[in-house]
Design a protein around this ligand. Structure first.
Ligand SMILES: [Zn+2]
Length: 213
């Protein structure tokens, strides 16, 4: 569901809602901290074990953090055994980017790259999707500086071809269901949301969140 403003504890956040579990997979808060979560299908059991909790509820619960390191710390201290494998990316207004990987046994944290493709997720072939999408991004970005427009075009595009490995993904049984773009400014965060495969849907929602001083 499109982004809406709500409270996590006393912290204002802006995030789309996963209609099934009522959590989210991407969000930003009043402190200028943004986070997103990718499923790690290759590490996941075919069927969730009883007691498994939606990863989206985890993202929602840690979005009260005041910085990217604090957000990752909150994930580390959560009961991770209840969640299927995931990758979480945390970014803050001091340009810190941290990537945490939970493989159902360990939670490992890396500093993200300065620019470029951070990570991707695929239910078909994770390694091939990462290789193919990284190559497409390198090709697209070789003649221009990364920008919000370039990133949006990349996520709406079909390199090398429309199908399972394009970023705007299409398979017979699945497809990209939405695109969310977050922009952080000193006074506000803005979120754009495409509700559907972003290659052929117009942008349908734009929401802003005032930053706290
Ligand atoms: Zn598409």
């Amino acid at each position: 569901m499109p982004p809406s403003r709500r409270l996590v504890g006393a912290v204002r956040i802006l995030a789309p809602t996963d209609a099934t579990a009522l959590g989210t997979w991407v969000g930003v808060n009043q402190h200028g901290v943004a986070a997103t979560l990718l499923n790690r299908y290759a590490d996941a059991a075919d069927l969730p074990t009883p007691g498994t909790v939606s990863r989206g509820l985890l993202v929602h619960s840690v979005l009260m953090a005041r910085s990217a390191p604090e957000l990752i710390d909150r994930v580390r201290r959560a009961s991770l055994g209840r969640h299927q494998p995931f990758t979480i990316v945390a970014i803050d207004s001091r340009h810190r980017c941290l990537i945490g990987d939970w493989d159902a046994r360990e939670f490992e944290v890396d500093r993200g790259p300065e620019v470029g493709l951070v990570r991707t997720s695929s239910g078909r072939d994770q390694a091939e999707a990462e290789r193919s999408r990284a190559a497409a991004f390198a090709d697209l970005a070789k003649d221009q500086r990364p920008s919000a427009a370039l990133l949006a075009a990349f996520h709406r595009g079909h390199w090398p071809a429309r199908g399972p490995f394009s970023v705007c993904m299409h398979r017979e049984e699945a497809a990209t269901r939405s695109l969310t773009v977050v922009r952080l400014r000193p006074t506000r965060a803005t979120m754009w949301y495409w509700d559907g495969p972003p290659c052929h849907r117009p942008r349908v929602a734009r929401r802003t969140l005032t930053r706290s001083r």
